[in-house]
Design a protein around this ligand. Sequence first.
Ligand code: FAD
Length: 470
Amino acid sequence: MTDALLQELGAILGPQHVLTGEAAAPYLTDWRKLVRGRARFVLRPGSTDEVAAVMRACAAHGVPVVPQGGNTGQVAGGVPGPDGGAVLLSLARMNRVHAIDTENDTITVEAGCVLQAVQQAAEEAGRLFPLSLGAEGSCTIGGNLGSNAGGTQVLRYGNARELCLGLEVVLPDGEVWHGLRGLRKDNSGYDLRDLFIGSEGTLGIITAATLKLFPLPAARCTALAALGSIQGAGRFLGRCRAGFNAALTGFELMSGACLRLVTETYPQQRTPFATLDAPWYVLLEISDAEDEAHGQARLETVLGGALEAGEISDVAVSQTLSQTRSLWHLRESITLALAEDGKCIKHDVSLPASTIPDFVEHTDTALQRQFQGVRSFIFGHLGDGNLHYNVARPKAADDAALHAMQPGLSELVHDAVHALGGSISAEQGIGRIRTADLARYKQPVELRLMRAIKQALDPKGLMNPGVLLP
Ligand code: FAD
């Protein structure tokens, strides 16, 4: 059967786009190197028609399909499991921009377009595509939508879901849903688009998307503020929301431990402060419709008020584009610095913003009581109530010791999140590594409805098995 399928796939894609052995290997390990999967073949289609033909062939042979974009996902949703029965379908070659409509403020792109290339195409047309995340140089629109990515601009523009107006999707049997509509209003039935967004490749293959564009801000101004305690962060956020209104486009919380890890790991990275001894920092950004000077003056007024009120203990406003870039670079380097530090246990949680200070203090204390010496590296999109609550091994311990702690430690963190009405996956998804958590925290009725949707769209269970649904 493998030979017959191989021949069919070779005829559809050309043998050079059906990879095996060493050529396939780079696709089979996830970004965090948690899962080393196996696949019959890695397929690299170049068009929607080719994806549809591949899906028809795989459905006929009963072979599961794992879609992959840039493979930057943090929950191993884009790599196959260990049994080797599936094919991996990489969308990387489907990277064309189909159309930009500046009157409708939309851009239509293929799913394999790298996010940064979409941002650039929008900018060249005098528009903003605001989705922005640390992996934007490698992640793809298909993966962003498949995982409903969040990132640093959600506060103002929403998640990937809110930025998408239409989709083209190849269904598990190879039929194509042509839903590339650029409509901001469409109440003509169930929202099929929203089913596929965030479905982590378990319902169909997204092959193209129509996305919303926005006016380019005249200036982006950033500041790094130091906070004496996390208890003041909520008041500071409230002040910034009131003071900047819709101009507030980023509000990123970072613990002092995160920033110190970045500067220790990458000594060439500079911070505006002589020392990094505050327990918490906030990187905030406003997008100003007038100009740089106007934006900076607004920042200085609001931040001056926060200093006077004691909500922040120090602040540096960036004066140049290069200072702005290096502030964002610090923030975006946290994930990379953590990867250099060794394995860490990651939690991507969301909570009502008002509960975050108490959640952090109580969870940190409980962790030290049960897992003495572990180091927390907490950062996140505070404006969205989203924390990346990462826990690294005690300095003297090794990765194996941390691995042994993982089940109990994650249960402690997630139980605390659940008790406060939060979610155990804010933006990264469930993937292969959080399916047991989903089973623990989702209501039975939610799981039943999710399974009913899966059964309706993928009755043979061929789309990304082992991912998302327990
Ligand atoms: P992949 O990793 O290839 O796949 C992700 C999921 O989508 C998988 O389940 C896969 O099967 C599915 N999928 C991929 N393509 C398709 C398709 N065409 N059709 C259907 N399903 C598909 N995430 C955030 O949300 N916010 C952040 O701030 C953020 N920061 C990050 C920073 C760094 C340094 C890194 C490495 C990652 C970060 N991530 C973040 C996680 C990751 O970048 C995002 O989840 C991203 O959206 C994944 O895109 P990708 O193309 O790499 O998808």
